[in-house]
Each structure stands twice: as structure tokens, then as C-alpha cells.
Design a protein around this ligand. Structure first.
Ligand code: NAD
Ligand code: MG
Length: 394
């Protein structure tokens, strides 16, 4: 068996570090060939010492310079690149076999597309790129015969519950009746509406079950994460939103389910630990040890389910509506959400302002057909500008 060279886009993040953890458990199978990040050169230097990649890239030029100094001082033989284009270069590098797409937000779109268009095995954690440009991304995967595997725990679970021969993007068989997409409900699941106004970034980032990056933690608290995931599922599994039912499941033990026409419901379960879907994606169609604790159902005791409350958490409905509008509406939704979440994290707006801003952006920014990546990126830019203006005015 030959060792697979892995490029990790977003190596210093939560998914990136979990990926390195799994890789390091299997040095006979995987090599951390290229690591990329935005600005965090101190963390990247630690990763350079520990994993000795061939290439590293920092988007921020100053951070790349600082990293290069550190790499030289430590006597490491690593090529340091800088700038956003270096990510596309590494994601499509001829020596790379597997790309872990784990950048947060729209910044992942171009490198992910670069990996897909070169026919790589793409492990997709970065849901935002699919939300923005699902049609173009899936067309690119099909055209280049890239191997696309979902890493988002719910989509990974759904993939595991579909027939073994299933490939992402194909129409699912008519024997599948429904997809049951589970959601933890986030830290404010039981909070009354009037208390949501005052929540702090720290409270929003304290997810009850998962340890994740800040942006996805806030998205989980607002249920926008489930909205983005619903759109992600529509593209990955080629289904319409009517075939997907969101179930709040506070224990996060069932990661999602597939219901068949004979009444069978298949679920994938496990401890909430992203190393499971990461190991699954890396080794597929085989299985490898992920270093995850065994599931103790006696300790879990109960599995509960609730309907989502669309009134307290309007973001889920906003996402469904944007998907139904189609075209560039989802790119605008995503951009407005990114700007609003960043502003909430800085303490500039209330948590409850997030859906209001997104709603106003969607009403303002015109919708176009998604005929090119440039079109998607211009909708993204316009929505960001409109969102910033709205925030300044409140
Ligand atoms: P994170 O914030 O912990 O890490 C983000 C990574 O992206 C960092 O390495 C950072 O350097 C890099 N990055 C940030 N901005 C960038 C830019 N402009 N250009 C290039 N690189 C940039 O995020 P995370 O929690 O690891 O999430 C990453 C992606 O995976 C997100 O799309 C998220 O929705 C998805 N995801 C995460 C989890 C989880 O458990 N963390 C679960 C499912 C899906
Ligand atoms: Mg998820």
C-alpha cells in the first residue's frame, strides 16, 4: 500500500488539528504533505516541528514571513509559501492524493474547486463553499471524477446509511423516502426568546456537545448551521429540501438517519468526535482506528428528539427560503451570515440581530443565475457590503 500525501487546508483549525491527530496514528498510510492556514504562524510553526510537512502556506504575507524565519531558525527543511493563490497551488499539486477542505467560510471556495478540478480525493468539511456554489462545485466533481466524501458529521452519517455503491452527487434511489438530519439544538435550545437578545459570544461558543471553531459554534447556536447543512445535503445527495426533515437531538449521538420505503430507518451513531468522520473519509472504503472512545449507551441513557423552533431560531427558515429561491441567493445568505457572525463575535451586534441582517441583505441583493464562479463571488461581495452598511446603521 502506498502512503497517501494529504494537503490540509485550514490545518490550524479544529478540523485541521483533528485530521493531523488521525493521520499521526497511521504513519504507514498518510503523510501530512502540505498544511495551510490564514494567519496563525505560531501554531503553524508548532505543526511544522511536529509533522514535518513538505510545504506550508499562510494566506497572510506577514505571517508567512514570520513562519519562514521560525522554520529557518529550527533548521526545518520546509517550503514556506504565501498568499491565497498558494492554497490553490497546493490543493491541486500533482503529489497530493487527498485534500482535507477545512477552511472556514467562503475563503475555502477557490482552493476546494482547485482540488476538485484536478480529480483529487476531496474530504469536504467546508460547507460554505457548497452552499455558495453547489451546482458548479458538483458539476466540477463530476467532470473531473474527483472523489467527494462528506466530513460534516451529519452528511458523513447519511453517506454511511446510503447503499455502499452510492457516490455523492448521484440521485439517491427511489427506495429512500426521507433523510432525517439531526441537530443538537445548540446552547440556547431551551432559552426563551427574550433572553436570546442578551447572549454573549462566549455563551454562544460554549457548545454543549462539540468542540469547534468560533464561527460554526455561533452558527450552531442560531441554527444557521442546520440551514447551511440542509443546503449542503441537497447538493451532496441530489435531493430537494422536502425530502429532508430536521430533528433536534440534544445528545448528538445519532449523527443523522436515512428512512427507506419499507419503513427501515438506518442511523449512524457514535460519540460526538470529529475524528470518526475524518478517519472514515481518509480510509474510505476501508475503516481505520480513529482514536475515539467507544460509545457507552448505558451512560448516555436516553436519546431525545424535538421539532426545531423556527420562531426562536429564524435562520433555518431563511436558509430553506434562499435555497428555494436558488441562483446566487445562497451565496448572499452565506456572506450576510459570515459578516453578521463576525460582528457578533466582536461584540458589535446582538445575537438576535443576525437573522434580521441576513433577511435585509436577501431583500436587497439581486439574485442572478449561477453561471460562473465570478458571478458567485460578486454576489458574495455585494452581500458583504450591504451587510456591513446595515450593521453600521444599527
Ligand atoms: P476553525 O476556525 O477552527 O479553523 C479554520 C481554519 O481555516 C484555520 O486553520 C484558519 O487558519 C483557516 N482560515 C480562516 N480564514 C481563512 C482564510 N481567509 N483563508 C484561508 N484560510 C483561512 O474552523 P473549524 O471549526 O475547523 O471549521 C472549518 C470548516 O469545517 C468550517 O466550514 C466548518 O463549518 C466545518 N465543520 C467544522 C466542524 C467542527 O467540528 N469544527 C464540524 C463540521 C464542519
Ligand atoms: Mg455538522
Amino acid at each position: 500500500m502506498s502512503i497517501k500525501n494529504v494537503c490540509i487546508l485550514g490545518a490550524t483549525g479544529s478540523i485541521g488539528l483533528n485530521t493531523l491527530d488521525v493521520i499521526s496514528q497511521h504513519p504507514d498510510r498518510y503523510n501530512a504533505f502540505a498544511l495551510t492556514a490564514n494567519q496563525n504562524h505560531a501554531e503553524m510553526l508548532v505543526l511544522c516541528e511536529k509533522y514535518k510537512p513538505h510545504f506550508v502556506a499562510m494566506v497572510d504575507e506577514d505571517s508567512a514571513e514570520q513562519l519562514a524565519v521560525g522554520v529557518r531558525q529550527k533548521g526545518l527543511d520546509i517550503v514556506v509559501l504565501s498568499g491565497a493563490q498558494s492554497l490553490e497551488y497546493l490543493a491541486s499539486h500533482e503529489s497530493v492524493d487527498v485534500v482535507m477542505a477545512a477552511i472556514v467560510g467562503a475563503a475555502g471556495l477557490k482552493p476546494n474547486l482547485a482540488a476538485a478540478s484536478k480529480g483529487k480525493k476531496v474530504l469536504l468539511a467546508n460547507k460554505e463553499s457548497l452552499v455558495m456554489s453547489g451546482q458548479l462545485f458538483m458539476e466540477c466533481v463530476k467532470k473531473s471524477s474527483a472523489e467527494l466524501l462528506p466530513i460534516d458529521s451529519e452528511h458523513n452519517a447519511i453517506f454511511q446509511c446510503l447503499p455502499e455503491s452510492y457516490a455523492c452527487g448521484e440521485r439517491i434511489e427511489s427506495s429512500v423516502k426521507r433523510i432525517l438530519l439531526t441537530a443538537s439544538g445548540g446552547p440556547f435550545r431551551t432559552w426563551p426568546m427574550n433572553k436570546l437578545q442578551l447572549v454573549t459570544p462566549q455563551q454562544a461558543c460554549a457548545h454543549p456537545n462539540w468542540s469547534m471553531g468560533q464561527k460554526i459554534s455561533v452558527d450552531s447556536a442560531s441554527l444557521m448551521n442546520k440551514g447551511l447543512e440542509l443546503i449542503e445535503a441537497c447538493w451532496l445527495f441530489n435531493v430537494s429540501p422536502e425530502k429532508i426533515d430536521v430533528h433536534i437531538h440534544p445528545e448528538s449521538i445519532i449523527h443523522s438517519m436515512v428512512e427507506y420505503i419499507d419503513g427501515s430507518v438506518l442511523s449512524q451513531m457514535g460519540n460526538p468526535d470529529m475524528r470518526t468522520p475524518i478517519a472514515y473519509g481518509l480510509a474510505w472504503p476501508e475503516r481505520i482506528d480513529a482514536g475515539v472512545l467507544p460509545l457507552d449507551l448505558f451512560k448516555v441513557g436516553q436519546l431525545n428528539f424535538e421539532r426545531p423552533d423556527m420562531e426562536r431560531f429564524p435562520c433555518l427558515q431563511l436558509a430553506m427560503d434562499a435555497f428555494n429561491v436558488g441562483g446566487t441567493a445562497c451565496a448572499s445568505l452565506n456572506a450576510a451570515n459570515e459578516v453578521s457572525v463576525a460582528s457578533f463575535l466582536k461584540g458589535n451586534i446582538a445575537f438576535t440581530a443576525i437573522p434580521d441582517i441576513i433577511c435585509r441583505v436577501l431583500e436587497t441583493v439581486p439574485v442572478h443565475n449561477v453561471d460562473s464562479i465570478e458571478r458567485v463571488l460578486s454576489a458574495d461581495l455585494e452581500a458583504r457590503q450591504v451587510a456591513e452598511e446595515i450593521i453600521l446603521s444599527i
